[in-house]
Design a protein around this ligand. Structure first.
Ligand SMILES: Nc1ncnc2c1ncn2[C@@H]1O[C@H](COP(=O)(O)OP(=O)(O)O)[C@@H](O)[C@H]1O
Ligand SMILES: [Mg+2]
Length: 256
């Protein structure tokens, strides 16, 4: 019997990952998303962006990875961290092992070195996978070590992208609001319910998180130019016109 190859191939990309071969509409959607994120978080200092949504399957991990790739395409130094330790998917989508990773560092069993942070030359990004599934991921994410590692990584990267579990399932995203410069909330076409998205927003705002926008994911678009029945998947980004602070300020002024 042939020996089992323990190293998973890096050349096994999920079809959803952004590349030069992606359709024009997908490439354009990610350029728009990248530009809007950049303008929503001005300044030269490193930025930590959280990606979350109400439920599983909305496209958080896909958007988080593709946003990272999109920043790498303009030569930004980017790391994506899989903070979904319960059901991690970043490593498998990219084609690497999810262990060891973040949880192993936070539990004190591994140092933050190249065995944890994997370089992915095909996409120009670095990845810190989730690691060994811990008994209580929330406690690890809440720890001062987690805040500390984000601060350290900010010295090395332009963008740190955190892929979170869904807000309606666990509070991990809200717990980390202090370390995150801005959250993107993924809303999936034909799937996300208005009340659940509203609840997600409410929970993040309650934790004083800055919401930088929504990504309307997986909208099928008719190819009107060719008049054919082909449809394209597209990510659609919408910035919140008013953030919570502006809204509060306006309310205060209207009362006085
Ligand atoms: N824009 C899209 N068009 C088509 N399929 C998508 C799109 N975004 C995500 N998917 C698919 O939907 C599934 C769930 O996406 P994923 O990113 O893992 O969601 P989440 O992280 O929110 O659980 C995956 O199979 C993924 O490939
Ligand atoms: Mg995910």
């Amino acid at each position: 019997m042939a020996p089992k190859n323990k190293t998973k191939s890096l050349f096994n990309p999920d079809k959803m990952l952004l590349s030069k071969e992606s359709s024009f509409s997908v490439q354009e959607a990610y350029k728009t998303l990248r530009t809007n994120v950049t303008f929503s978080l001005p300044g030269n200092e490193a930025k930590c962006i959280g990606v979350t949504s109400a439920y599983r399957g909305d496209g958080k991990s896909s958007v988080a990875i593709n946003l990272a790739i999109s920043f790498a395409q303009i030569n930004k130094k980017v790391i994506i961290i899989d903070c979904d330790m319960r059901i991690p998917t970043v490593a498998s989508k990219i084609g690497i092992d999810s262990k060891p990773g973040l949880s192993d560092y936070l539990a004190g069993t591994n140092n933050m070195d190249e065995t944890l942070i994997r370089k992915i030359p095909e996409y120009g990004i670095d990845v810190l996978p989730s690691g060994t599934v811990p008994p209580d991921p929330t406690i690890l994410l809440e720890s001062s070590q987690m805040q500390h590692i984000i601060e350290i990584l900010k010295k090395y990267y332009d963008y740190i992208i955190l892929d979170f579990p869904p807000v309606a399932v666990v509070s991990d995203a809200a717990i980390m609001s202090k370390s995150v410069d801005g959250f993107l909330i993924i809303v999936r076409h034909n799937t996300s319910e208005y009340t659940k998205v509203e609840e997600t927003l409410r929970q993040l705002e309650f934790a004083d998180a800055k919401i930088i926008g929504f990504v309307y994911n997986a909208k099928e678009l008719e190819n009107i130019y060719k008049g054919s029945k082909r449809y394209y998947y597209r990510n659609y980004y919408k910035t919140r016109r008013k953030d919570k602070k502006n809204k509060k300020e306006e309310e205060r002024q209207s009362k006085s």
